[in-house]
Design a protein around this ligand. Sequence first.
Ligand code: FES
Length: 118
Amino acid sequence: MTEPDRIPAADLPPGAVHRVGDWAVGNRVGRYFAVSRRCRHQLADLSEGTVDADGCLVCPWHQSRYDVRTGEMVEGPHGFLGYHGPTPGYTQFVRAYARILRLRVRRALRRGDDVVLE
Ligand code: FES
C-alpha cells in the first residue's frame, strides 16, 4: 500500500495541522510544512498538535515546540506521562537528546488544489 502524499489545500487553512500517512502536515502562516508525526518525547501524534504564534508545531501532550523548518525541538516538554507542569531539569534533558533526534522534514508544496509532499 502506498503512502498518501497529498491533502486538499482547503483542509489546511493557516494554523491547521493534519495527518498525511506518517507525516504531520500543516500551514505555518501561509507556508506548508511536513514533519514526522511522533513527538521525540513520548511519541504523541504531532498531527494532533497546533501551530503557535511563532509558527512552531506544539505537541498536544506536554507542549514541546518544534521548528518545522528543521525538525528541531526548540522547547522541551512541560510534564511527562499524565503530569502537566514544570520539570526544569527533565525538560532540558529531553531537549538535549531531541537535538540529535530531530523530526524528519519533508517539503510540502501547493500543486493546484492540493498540498503535495515531495
Ligand atoms: S509527548 Fe510530546 S511533549 Fe510529551
